[in-house]
Design a protein around this ligand. Structure first.
Ligand SMILES: Nc1nc2c(ncn2[C@@H]2O[C@H](COP(=O)(O)OP(=O)(O)OP(=O)(O)O)[C@@H](O)[C@H]2O)c(=O)[nH]1
Ligand SMILES: [Mg+2]
Length: 207
């Protein structure tokens, strides 16, 4: 079985926009999840190019729609996509597309998901039910995915892995891990778990 490439810290954050000469497999990946879960933060922390963001100020009107519980200090939200890139060892380059996972963004989601090989779904364990929309979208799309629980300081620590898996109704082979989206290493580890899952899901294509 092929194994996931490791990260290449030499290219990350070098400020360069050019693909390394070693780039061989260019892979589109979605980074998705509910409102305020850390999608933009994760892409910021790993991207080797200056990430593209489409942030807008949150307004009183949106407070009625997107629940600010747990992210009270948040002043902006991504209205379309985030975009970043990370080169991994072995010539694998991930193009990261951050996209909102709320059901009302379905048509945007379908467009952005086009051509993606997999999705990293960020979940906030303080607001598990906020992830149901995005898990529905990902399941419907048939994309292989991994789930990363973003580490907010007041996140409940008493849930076991089995309880979280059951609460989200995840298959036994869906990778699940803790992650701190602000931390480059932790975010890369979550992406590597997803890449390994993609390889395991399609072993013939990775020989
Ligand atoms: N403690 C902690 N805070 C985080 C983490 N990830 C993100 N945050 C904070 O959570 C808030 C929301 O993060 P964003 O990256 O904007 O979340 P998002 O998913 O892009 O949000 P939307 O685009 O509005 O849906 C920000 O204030 C981040 O600084 C984390 O791992 N730990
Ligand atoms: Mg965002």
């Amino acid at each position: 079985m092929a194994s996931a490439p490791s990260s290449t810290s030499d290219t990350a954050h070098d400020g360069g926009i050019h693909l390394p000469d070693t780039a061989r497999d260019l892979v589109k990946i979605l980074v998705t999840g509910p409102f305020g879960v850390g999608k933009t933060t994760l892409i910021d922390s790993v991207s080797e190019i200056r990430p593209l963001h489409t942030e807008e100020q949150l307004t009183e009107a949106s407070a009625q729609i997107d629940d600010l519980d747990g992210v009270r200090e948040k002043s902006t939200t991504t209205v379309a996509i985030d975009f970043g890139r990370i080169s991994l060892a072995g010539g694998v380059v991930l193009y990261l597309f951050g996209t909102p996972g709320q059901e009302r963004f379905r048509s945007l989601w379908d467009d952005i998901a086009y051509g993606a090989l997999g999705a990293l779904v960020l979940v906030d364990s303080r607001r598990i039910d906020a992830s149901f929309d995005v898990l529905g979208l990902v399941e419907e799309s048939g994309l292989p995915y991994a789930v990363a629980f973003n580490s907010f300081p007041d996140a409940p620590r008493h849930y076991s892995g089995d309880q979280l898996r059951e609460a989200l109704d995840l298959e036994i082979d869906t990778p699940m891990m803790m992650c701190d989206a602000r931390d480059q290493g932790s975010s890369i580890d979550a992406l590597l778990s997803l890449v390994q899952h993609l390889i395991d899901s399609n072993p013939a294509e990775h020989r």
